[in-house]
Structures are given as structure tokens and as C-alpha cells.
Design a protein around this ligand. Structure first.
Ligand SMILES: NC(=O)c1ccc[n+]([C@@H]2O[C@H](COP(=O)([O-])OP(=O)(O)OC[C@H]3O[C@@H](n4cnc5c(N)ncnc54)[C@H](OP(=O)(O)O)[C@@H]3O)[C@@H](O)[C@H]2O)c1
Length: 245
């Protein structure tokens, strides 16, 4: 199969190879997916660059945990009726060496999830790391129906999905972007009130929409926004932080 891989950490141009590797075979309880779209996330590039002093977990890594595609082979113990099924894949290169930047990837059966026909491969390849993280930030400790939820960085991969999930679940979404110009890109069907962090006093702006404070903050940059979060949080608010500098 055609694949991309690295055997040393570093900048992409220095360490990524593209070429032929042997086709993988699914072991017991696994499926092989013919990849149509591979999803790349910050965590994938951080691992490749050795972020926070991490070392190579395996001698050779095919990067990317997420993908969309179709199952073309199954291992022992997996029903043959899964062959041909369109799926979205998560965790292919989480604690495993060979991810989705290849024509084929092999994952445990439950990490290849059926993808309904009306959803695109591009969407399916975006559901793994960002979608699961967004779901966790919104729902980890219960329903958000009727809550005021503040989503920082709402145009980001995780932030945009968190806002959609919170809105779908009955919350009112207040959102931030870093630059005023980015306010134009926000979907008003999802976000009720949007605030740019580069102008005025964002705490005052957020409080104007949430006088008693917000119930939940979905935080992409805790170290940058800790004071702002403190200024807009209601009593007993939850801060669900998934990243910091
Ligand atoms: N904990 C976990 O399990 C987990 C899971 C997924 C992702 N992450 C981490 O979460 C981070 C974001 O991932 P992503 O895929 O969503 O990345 P992304 O698509 O690049 O989105 C990041 C968003 O955050 C915005 N942003 C950055 N600093 C901000 C700040 N101080 N205040 C408000 N908004 C800010 C960015 O705005 P600009 O574009 O204007 O800079 C961008 O819209 C990455 O560091 C990633 O590694 C952690």
C-alpha cells in the first residue's frame, strides 16, 4: 500500500517518508479499512514533533488517528457482514503504531463506526479526536439543557463541534474568537452571542449576555483565559479545559 510514515521525530519535511509498505492484515477482533479521507489533528503533529519531550513510542509510525473509509477485510471473531460497510475510524494511532495516513489501516472492530450514507467522508474523518473531545467537554458530567455554555475558539476543530453539540442538547451558546474579523465566520444558527477577544473588555461583553455568569466554559487555552473565565463564571460553573499553552 501507499503510506506516509516517520521513524524519527522532527519537522514534517525532514522526517516524513511517502512510499510503499506491506498491506496490513486484520488480527482477531480487528477490521481493515480502505481509507478514503485521513483526518489530521494537532495531537498527530505534536507526537511527530516530540511535544513535551515525548519520544518515539514505536520504531515506525504511520501518523493520524482519524479517518473515513470502508471495511474491506475482517479478522477472526468479526462478522463478515461488516465487509463493505462505510465507517469513520478513531484512535488508529493512539497507543498503536500504524494510523490512517495510508491506503489501509487496521483497528479494533469497535473503533470503526458505521457512517450513515448521507454523511460525507470528510465529516467522518473529523469525528474522532475533535468529535470525541467535544462530546466529552460538553457532556462529561451531565446534560446541558437550559445552560449558558461559553465556547472559546469556536471556529476550531473541537470548539465548533462542542458548540454544535451544546446547541443540539438545548444549551444557549456564547462563543469567542480571537479576532474581530472572524466573527463573520460564526454560524448564527448555533451561536447565540459571539465575542471577539481582541477588542474592548470581553468579560463585560460576555456578562451582557449572561448577567449571572455562564454555567459551563469549554476552554481551549486555559492559561490565556483563566482570568476571563474567572470573571464570567457563575457560581458552581464547570470549566472543561482540553488544552492550554
Ligand atoms: N485534551 C485532549 O484530549 C485534546 C483533544 C483534542 C485536541 N486537543 C488540543 O486542543 C487544541 C485545539 O485543538 P483543535 O483541533 O480544536 O485545533 P484548531 O482547529 O486549531 O482550533 C483551535 C482554536 O482555538 C482558538 N484559540 C487559540 N488560542 C485561543 C485563545 N487564547 N482564546 C480563544 N481561542 C483560542 C484558535 O483560534 P485562531 O485560529 O484564531 O488561533 C482556533 O480557532 C490543540 O492544542 C490540541 O492538541 C486536546
Amino acid at each position: 500500500m501507499l503510506a506516509s510514515w516517520y521513524e524519527d521525530q522532527g519537522p514534517a519535511a525532514d522526517v516524513l517518508h511517502v512510499g510503499e509498505l506491506p498491506d496490513p492484515s486484520p488480527g482477531p477482533g480487528e477490521v481493515r479499512v480502505r481509507v478514503t479521507v485521513s483526518g489530521v489533528n494537532p495531537g498527530d503533529t505534536k507526537k511527530r514533533r516530540g511535544w513535551l519531550g515525548s519520544s518515539m513510542p514505536h520504531p515506525r509510525v504511520i501518523p493520524h488517528s482519524d479517518a473515513a473509509g470502508a471495511i474491506d477485510a475482517v479478522g477472526a471473531g468479526v462478522g463478515a457482514r461488516r465487509v463493505g460497510q462505510r465507517v469513520w475510524v478513531h484512535g488508529a494511532q493512539s497507543y498503536r503504531p500504524f494510523g490512517t495516513a495510508a491506503q489501509y489501516t487496521v483497528v479494533p472492530d469497535h473503533q470503526a463506526v458505521p457512517l450513515p450514507d448521507h454523511l460525507s467522508d470528510e465529516l467522518g474523518a473529523s469525528l474522532g479526536i475533535p468529535g470525541i473531545t467535544a462530546h466529552r467537554t460538553v457532556f462529561a458530567d451531565g446534560p446541558v439543557d437550559g445552560q449558558l455554555v461559553l465556547v472559546h475558539g469556536v471556529l476550531g476543530g473541537v470548539g465548533s463541534l462542542a458548540a454544535q453539540l451544546a446547541h443540539w442538547a438545548g444549551a444557549t451558546v456564547i462563543a469567542t474568537v480571537r479576532r474581530t474579523a472572524d466573527l463573520d465566520h460564526i454560524d448564527p444558527a448555533v451561536v447565540s452571542h459571539a465575542v471577539a477577544l481582541d477588542t474592548g473588555d470581553p468579560a463585560v461583553a460576555i456578562r451582557s449576555y449572561a448577567p449571572r455568569g455562564v454555567d459551563r466554559i469549554i476552554e481551549v487555552a486555559l492559561s490565556d483565559n483563566a482570568d476571563l473565565d474567572n470573571a464570567v463564571a457563575a457560581n458552581n460553573a464547570v470549566i472543561a479545559a482540553y488544552a492550554t499553552r
